[in-house]
Design a protein around this ligand. Structure first.
Ligand SMILES: Cc1cc2nc3c(=O)[nH]c(=O)nc-3n(C[C@H](O)[C@H](O)[C@H](O)COP(=O)(O)OP(=O)(O)OC[C@H]3O[C@@H](n4cnc5c(N)ncnc54)[C@H](O)[C@@H]3O)c2cc1C
Length: 309
């Protein structure tokens, strides 16, 4: 791989006509009548001491996981995603998992990106080191853009040490009057999920961190049980964001029907959200960004709302 591969990818995308950027197709496939192009694949550099890895966006997630795992590291691209998915697909989807509270959002893992715009130009954003962003933050903009703003060619990701231990603790009978007290006594949990009655807490780190969390809960009068995993969020097909403070009120109104990611502000429910979530001003910004990155609207037509498997 290298510049030539990025250049080849850019030339395959070209500057005219609709084009679909193909990942592994685990979630979304493009329209049959649109030309599909695949991103470069393969790991270019892994620098465990620097905690960075550079790879083609078409690299399979399981290949990346395997290489990082050998050195006790991982890249935060969502832990429940399809193993055969690609790095580019994970970034373009920007699908955060339930450990976002502790691990941060997927967008924070992207340090540097090379993208091909709708004009066929190759643009680089960010830098290969942590805290190197100045000016316009192109990296974050690409995450969750569903390939509508640019085709991701190559990325540098920050890696992290794998936690030595992790556990899910489940606490029953946590109603609206007790949840804030419980949350206040947890030290850096990786997830706090709450449905108005039951609270699932993920703690990661050193084995002693888990024991400390368990002891602290007991001391505050919260009996916890260990569970192999958190709740099955796959059973709740709708999700939407509210302010982190507002989750308590939302769950209070729909006890047992929604599960909130406390501290993050994401709600998962079996019904769609009650009010529209994108206001006109935000939509306007989206339109202007699309027009400037892809003036002819040729990249990934309809992505984000079509052919969901
Ligand atoms: C509708 C949807 C639902 C999802 N649901 C879940 C879920 O329930 N749980 C979960 O953990 N994860 C979920 N994800 C995330 C997804 O599982 C992972 O991101 C997965 O790894 C996708 O990889 P893929 O290569 O198969 O992507 P694909 O399914 O092939 O593509 C996903 C999108 O990314 C675009 N894309 C792919 N590569 C690039 C690139 N190089 N540059 C720009 N755009 C690109 C594609 O055009 C497409 O629009 C969901 C994603 C989507 C889009």
């Amino acid at each position: 791989m290298g510049v030539s591969d990025i250049a080849e990818f850019a030339s395959a995308i070209g500057a005219t006509g609709p084009v679909w950027i193909r990942g592994a197709g685990t979630r979304v496939v493009g329209p049959a009548n649109v030309r599909a192009v695949e991103s470069p694949r393969g790991i270019r550099f892994f620098e465990p001491e620097e905690m960075t890895v550079t790879c083609g966006a078409g690299t399979c997630l399981s290949e990346l996981d395997e290489i990082l795992d050998d050195r006790g590291q991982y890249a935060n691209l969502g832990q429940l995603r399809h193993p055969h998915g690609t790095v580019g697909g994970a970034l373009a989807s920007g699908w955060n998992d339930q450990l976002r509270l502790g691990r941060g959002p997927v967008r924070d893992s992207l340090l540097e990106v090379h993208v091909v715009t709708g004009r066929g130009d190759v643009v680089k954003g960010g830098g290969p080191t942590v805290k190197n962003v100045s000016g316009f933050d192109l990296c974050r903009l690409m995450v969750g853009s569903h390939g509508r703003l640019g085709a991701i060619a190559e990325v540098t990701l920050r890696t992290r040490p794998k936690p030595r231990a992790s556990a899910w603790l489940v606490v029953d009978s946590v109603d609206g009057s007790r949840i804030e007290e419980l949350v206040g006594h947890l030290y850096r949990p990786s997830a706090i999920l709450w449905n108005g009655l039951v609270c699932w807490i993920c703690v990661e780190g050193h084995p002693s961190d888990i024991e400390i969390a368990r002891t602290e809960l007991r001391r505050r009068g919260f009996a916890s049980q260990e569970s192999a995993s958190g709740p099955d969020l796959g059973a709740l097909p709708h999700r939407w964001s509210v302010s982190p403070r507002a989750v308590f009120e939302h769950v209070g109104e729909r006890v047992g029907q929604v599960i909130a990611e406390v501290g993050v502000g994401v709600l998962h429910g079996d019904q769609p959200p009650p009010t529209p979530i994108i206001d006109a001003a935000v939509e306007n910004i989206h339109r202007r960004l699309k027009d400037s990155f892809d003036p002819e609207h040729r990249l990934n037509p309809g992505a984000g709302d079509i052919l969901i498997r």
